[in-house]
Design a protein around this ligand. Sequence first.
Ligand code: MTE
Ligand code: LUZ
Ligand code: MOS
Length: 762
Amino acid sequence: MKKHLDAAFHTRGESLYVDDNPEPAGMLHVAVFGSPVAHGTIKNLDLSAARALKGVTAVFTAEDIPGENQVGAILKDEVLIAEDLVQFIGQPIAVVVAETPEIAHHAVGLIDVEIDELPVIVDPRVAHEKGQLIAPPRTFAIGDVDAAWDDCDLIVEGECEIAGQEHLYLETQRSRAIPTEGDQVRCYSSTQSPYAVQTACARICGVPQHKIEVDVKRLGGGFGGKEDQATHWACIVTMAARILRKPVQIVLNRIDDMQMTGKRHPYSADFKLGLNKDGTIKALDFKFYQNSGAAADLSTAVLERSLFHATNIYRVPNARIYAAACKTNLHPHTAFRGFGGPQAMFVMESALSKAAETMGIEREELQYKNLISNGDVFPYGQVVEDCQAKACWDDAADTFDLAGTRKRIEEYNATHTSTKKGLAVMPICFGISFTKIHLNQASALVHIYTDGSMSVSTGGVEMGQGVTTNMAEIAAAELGISRDRIKVESTNTTRIANMSPSAASATTDLNGNAVILATGEILGRFRKMLAPELGCNEEAITIKDEKVFVDGEATEWEWGDVVMHAYLNRVALSAHAFFATPRINFDAAKEKGHPFAYHVYGVTQFEVTVDCLRGRYEVDAVRMVHDLGRQINEVVDLGQLEGGLAQGIGWMTLEELAYDAKGRLLSNALSTYKAPDVFSSPKVVEVKMRSTENPMGPRGSKAVGEPPLMYGIGAYFALRDAMRAYAERDFPYDAPMTPERVLMSLHAHILDGDKPKKATPE
Ligand code: MTE
Ligand code: LUZ
Ligand code: MOS
């Protein structure tokens, strides 16, 4: 299998990112002065010392914005630069442009602001109580929940506190703007959404969109953090470049990036779950309080996906899920791999866990019993089709001997006192399509040059996930030529217009289908051209391994001949094509529809060991069965599965965002924010890729980007399993389960004077 196209460049350090390109002459640099308080009104802003500093070219405020001071993506509720009101720490108040980044940062330190402080809210439940919401709350419902409780043999209730997550892309936010002619600007941005950058820059500069060209070669990671929040920095440099007629660049340092940009949304949640005594789920009532931060950003869309994934992979005949986007004085939280799905699934798994613990049975028994199958209906009305839930579960249980693992763990725990092992299974079901139906569109532009080499442009942004590789694989397979003939171009708004963000795991699906249409068009022209030459029907002609076949018989014609023949006969060697996902729909008034083209399924088993005296733990093994459809590139897929898994384990067990009551992020650097590393990685990762045919994906493939992150939830419950083997308590359902939390939970009785209840006799 061929490697990721960037593998060699990355390994040799030759891959180019925004600020790796040589600096244009006279380029200026930006540093941003962010609000020092989380809520207040600006009384006085003193920029004189900053302006007077040698090497400072300009200091801009909201007043200098030529167009409209507005960068809100879904709701128009977010200014680029604060006017009178500040709503979170780090919110841009002034922008310094200077000859060097060092001078710009020095000048920022000379800015003085007086702010009349207003009350700060950081807790979503408090915001909810006060009615501080980003948008009206939403409810998904199916069946009759209130009537169903009477039929339940067991009802469990509880609460969850789920922490956010820092994106920690290696490449921090950055952008370079270069004025071209007149009032036109070309902007190189590290964004997942070149079109969003283009529209926002045009609005900020007060120019038509065609004056702004956005170009993206690749990102040093995005993970959702650059779906919407790369826009601000691009707008700042584009505006500065247009006003000063000089190239301008911004590169956020890690501390500014962590304080100024939003993260995965923390959620508070209430759950209530009702079951039969045989373990069948009868009813569920969830309430999600999303900590949205100070502006909408993508929060309402994230919240919607929480509603979609609240029942994860389980059949729930009666369900009511209430969800509110709560406005707090934190950086606006944003897209992060899974997009609200992980938080919702954590609540579902917590409810199941509490039920299993109450019933005194293993969690996996309840999980298995309630897995969905074809014909079941999701609370949002979509009927389950091509269901892989049981197939994946059974495959994993057999392949990795789930029963044997459980037995081995019981034996270990019976003979060990201070260390305990735990097991958990995490099945996932994730819907593929943007939940905003209109975003499910893409286009592709392909050129074939006379030497037979080829250029492919799409709206897909390479952020490490391998979309470039996938586009090349798809084009090569469709045309029957070598992948080496294909160059995938940067993502550029002048070649591809109105592109959707590279997000929702749908980039290869959408853009790959557009590539198939574009290459299909060229292939059609070639067939039409060759049919009279070869004396056959057009349909009889195929190209494989760069040779032309008629009814499966090889001819003399090779790819190079075909291309040159087309050129000499004035047959177009370029094509543009447009794809829109068929069938999907959603009625927001009824909260029902068929929003997803299909679902991705998988099942992962976790085995952990906890040192119950120290709180330390290790993930011994992770064993995964994941459904990928007909694969495009196995190496790319494996990278996504392992990377998503590591990121999910990090979110659930290690990474902890700490804020003070004033809304300041305390864990604002890698010294205080623990990220997953080689030491925390599972000792063993076994992956079995399942291959099914997916009629909705390009060449039968399935999306892969986000779903594996949600496996990380299994690490949390495996730790809980081990902890319960030590002390059978009802530990709170709060995440992440850091070593500190393990220790404090296990030994809470020392703090609260309670007596420990031993699970195992000494
Ligand atoms: N993988 C890498 N290496 N870097 C990334 O930034 N982003 C993730 C996922 N995998 C990301 C990644 C997220 S949040 C999404 S939505 C998908 O990739 C986006 O790409 P896709 O649509 O091509 O899967
Ligand atoms: N972004 C978005 C997403 O705008 N809409 C979505 O449905 C979505 N889903 C997952 C990740 N990003
Ligand atoms: Mo991913 S959260 O859709 O960028």
